[in-house]
Design a protein around this ligand. Structure first.
Ligand SMILES: Cc1ncc(COP(=O)(O)O)c(C=O)c1O
Length: 398
């Protein structure tokens, strides 16, 4: 296993800016190969996708390349890969589709831990159909979302459950495999928001056992778009609205209008980059992704422990995420210091660590942080100890 952070950093032109990026949970920096793949795809001969002309074949190759790259990243069926402009757009679309089957007496479950894109669309769809919403609580002291917080709400009325794979401010990684098992036993559909988990861990969709799962490419080296995956056999059964002449085929039926071939080529390149992070990784792309993500976790874990211990040693600090299993993302504030002013102070030192609720809106309110939230410092694959030291020095100098 070889994780050479300097070799990885050399691939990111934006790091030449001298900025220390702790805003990766909001969106990662992008390697040069991804920019080149987007430029190539949009400037090569391109038409609407088909199989006759070279330009049609190029467009088709971008779509198929994207689906098979995502299948390798998540271990899912390439024909169950749905492209979307963002994860939020995908959850909104799917909420309206699934709600076609919901009505009074039916129940859905959401959590207070989730990003609002995995709460509000489901609530609004349920309310429109007269279905009941049940809320799973997380422990505000530990930030854990125990499996029982979901199972105690399950009943034969439950139609759908949405849970985060990792919380984007607190970092909590609920036991989604155990939750999936219980939800499936109850007969409900289970969806996992893996937007914050995918940049930090190996995702095995088939092993998790969820019905739907998704991520956003711009959080993991790619362009700004989202993806939702499901078993194609399940997608065949989901009803959705579509244009009369557009295809009934899965997954295309869920993707509206002409696809952005160049963005899809960028996603493929970003997944190829993930597979290359461990430069000794061997085998199929899926095998290299697994080795690279394991190497990344082994790199990020001690760096995160260092960052957390350094920040926890600062006077007046309060940290909020304490779950046993979590991503390298720290949410914190200082008594008597305004988080937004601190964020602005750090920006002057070329250290990016914003302060907000980051759309973990319900969680922010549960923690007593209101709409304003707190500071977030998240590690990314290009983060270094020097970056962490600059962050800590910056926090001290405010
Ligand atoms: C956990 C999580 N879910 C969902 C989203 C929203 O993703 P998108 O911008 O693709 O809609 C984010 C973005 O911050 C996130 O961190």
């Amino acid at each position: 296993m070889a994780y050479d952070v300097n070799r990885i950093r050399s691939q990111f032109p934006s790091l030449d800016s001298g900025i220390a990026f702790f805003d990766g949970p909001g969106g990662s920096q992008v390697p040069i190969s991804v920019g080149e793949a987007i430029a190539k795809a949009i400037t090569q001969p391109t038409s609407n996708r088909n199989t006759v002309t070279l330009s049609e074949q190029n467009a088709e190759a971008c779509v198929q390349g994207y689906r098979s790259a995502v299948a390798d990243l998540l271990n899912c069926d390439s024909q169950g890969v749905i492209y979307g402009r963002s994860w939020t757009q995908l959850t909104y679309d799917m909420s309206r589709n699934l709600a076609k089957e919901w009505g009074p007496g039916d129940e859905i479950i959401v959590t207070y831990l989730d990003h609002d894109s995995n709460i509000r669309p489901w609530i609004q769809a349920a309310e429109a159909k007269g279905a009941t919403v049940r809320w799973a609580e997380f422990d505000v002291e530990t930030a854990e979302l125990p499996v029982e917080s979901i199972t105690k709400l399950l009943s034969n009325k439950t139609k759908f459950v949405a849970v985060t794979g990792a919380a984007n401010t607190l970092g909590t990684r609920p036991d989604i495999k155990a939750i999936a098992k219980e939800v499936k036993n109850s007969g409900a559909l289970f969806l996992v928001d893996a937007v914050h988990l995918t940049p930090h861990a190996v995702i095995d969709f088939k092993d998790i056992g969820a019905d739907f799962l998704g991520f956003s490419s711009y959080k993991i080296f790619g362009p700004h778009c989202g993806t939702m995956v499901a078993d194609p056999a399940l997608l065949e059964r989901v009803k959705n609205d579509k244009l009369a002449p557009s295809t009934t085929a899965v997954p295309e039926r869920f993707e509206f209008g002409t696809l952005p071939y160049e963005i899809m080529a960028g996603v493929t390149a970003s997944i190829d980059f993930v597979a290359s992070m461990d430069d000794e990784a061997k085998g199929s792309r899926r095998e290299r992704i697994v080795q690279s993500m394991n190497a990344l976790e082994a790199y990020e874990h001690p760096l995160f422990e260092y960052m957390e211990s350094q920040i926890q040693s600062l006077p007046g600090v309060k940290t909020y995420g304490h779950a046993k299993s979590r991503t390298p993302t720290l949410y914190f504030s200082f008594s008597g210091k305004d988080s937004v002013e601190l964020y602005k102070h750090l920006a002057k030192l070329k250290v990016n660590a914003p302060a907000h609720n980051f759309y973990a809106f319900e969680a922010s309110h549960k923690l007593g942080l209101g709409d304003k939230g707190a500071m977030r410092a998240g590690l990314a694959p290009y983060s270094t100890k020097e970056d962490v030291d600059r962050l800590v020095e910056g926090l001290k100098s405010f």
